[in-house]
Design a protein around this ligand. Structure first.
Ligand code: SF4
Ligand code: SF4
Length: 382
């Protein structure tokens, strides 16, 4: 938690239910964590009852399992397979459709329907940073992505600080969590969950005027916030992973011929899972589809991956990154290296999703450590 001298307030479980109801009354589509099948996913919540009270997760390289918790906490679980980009930068989006009439006239209609106004409940600090990264990529330049821009504008963000890091988490190394760090990206409300004898409580503070307005209507009571602060500080010391993030840009620039790429390429299936689950990966491709008559055509955009062979296809040459070695190297050196040149910060926020959801358990922290070790001057070298 940030240090603050402002009086703190807290909600109990009924207060959290009132928050969800209030946001729905204001017209928001509330998205938050909920149990579906064997995972905690992000989906629309009809009420706070659907939050994953009493569920946690166990994560390791190539492994994600739900587990029951005794304490009834709703946010004591680490990242699941989705991130908020599923809603802000959807996997598939129709960009336009065209129809040819009988006289041969073609009418093109852009798909610019207003999307739902989202309220995201339970945004982890690492994912708040990831949203800010995608904001910069997709709306920060001269060409604003209209699909992302429409969904992002007006979104109401309720952060849930982490008190239960997972086995693959390393946000503390990347300076993005587990609490909101100084200079955190904008948010509307921030919650910190503690479990008390009468159930979960949520220290809550506002980060925007709209957040203040919502908070003013909730059934809060005063708190000193001490237990919440201690829980977040303790979580920082229990990260499942760590990554030495010192000057990754230079490190990556010097690894083009490293032997480590061959070792990781022997295991990598080039399936692209890591790019699909990563909250900052943003690449897309487009495709046109027509009906059988040829009178109706649509252009769709869908997520693409630098692990896909066609991703680097050049006319007359073919894929310029045809090996697993070159594709994994492209992904990692961009993510934590040249991302700095392009966007002024790292593309990795330390959420650990790519580790948990890699089918062969390739671990970005292990790969970076191995590349650092390979790049280090031999012992005793001047
Ligand atoms: S690193 Fe893992 S998740 Fe990523 S492409 Fe290779 S096998 Fe798939
Ligand atoms: S590279 Fe992996 S750990 Fe880093 S933000 Fe992407 S999914 Fe999370």
């Amino acid at each position: 938690m940030e240090t603050t001298t402002a009086p703190l307030a807290e909600l109990d479980r009924e207060g959290l239910a009132a928050l969800v109801e209030d946001l729905r009354q204001r017209g928001f589509t509330v998205i938050g964590p909920t149990v579906r099948g064997d995972a905690i996913v992000l989906a629309e919540l009809a009420s706070a009852q659907e939050l994953p009270y009493g569920w946690g997760v166990e994560t390791e390289a190539g492994r994600y399992r739900l587990r029951r918790r005794e304490d009834g906490a709703a946010f004591a679980h680490s990242a699941g397979p989705q991130s908020w980009k599923t809603f802000l930068h959807p996997p598939r989006a129709r960009l336009w459709q065209a129809d040819r009439s009988e006289d041969g006239t073609v009418t093109v209609r852009e798909d610019d329907e207003p999307p739902p106004r989202y309220a995201f409940l339970g945004v982890r600090p690492c994912d708040l940073r990831a949203i800010a990264v995608q904001d910069r990529v997709l709306t920060g330049g001269a060409h604003v992505d209209p699909v992302y821009g429409r969904r992002r504008s007006g979104a109401f963000l309720v952060v849930a600080e982490c008190t239960e890091p997972g086995g693959v988490c390393f946000c503390a190394s990347m300076g993005t969590g587990p609490g909101l760090p100084p200079g955190a990206p904008p948010y509307d409300l921030a919650l910190t969950e503690t479990v008390e004898p009468d159930g979960p409580h949520y220290v809550v503070r506002a980060g925007s005027p709209e957040g203040e307005e919502v908070l003013a209507g909730l059934p809060t009571r005063p708190t000193d916030g001490e237990r919440a602060r201690a829980a977040v500080a303790e979580a920082a010391g229990r990260m499942g992973r760590e990554m030495d993030a010192t000057d990754l840009r230079s490190l990556m620039a010097g690894t083009m011929t490293a032997e480590r790429w061959d070792q990781v390429a022997n295991r990598c299936l080039t399936c692209g899972n890591c790019t699909m689950v990563c909250p900052t990966c943003f690449c897309t491709t487009t495709e046109e589809v027509t009906d059988l008559t040829g009178d109706h055509a649509e252009r769709w955009r869908r997520w693409d991956s630098c692990f896909d062979l066609d991703f680097s296809y050049l006319h007359g040459t073919g894929p310029v990154r045809s090996s697993a070695r070159s594709r994994y190297r492209q992904w990692l050196t961009h993510k934590v290296g040249t991302w700095h040149d392009q966007f002024g910060e790292s593309g990795c926020v330390g959420c650990g999703r790519c580790i948990a959801w890699c089918p062969v358990g390739i671990d970005i922290t292990e790969e970076v450590a191995a590349l650092r070790a390979e790049s280090a001057p031999p012992e005793g070298a001047p």
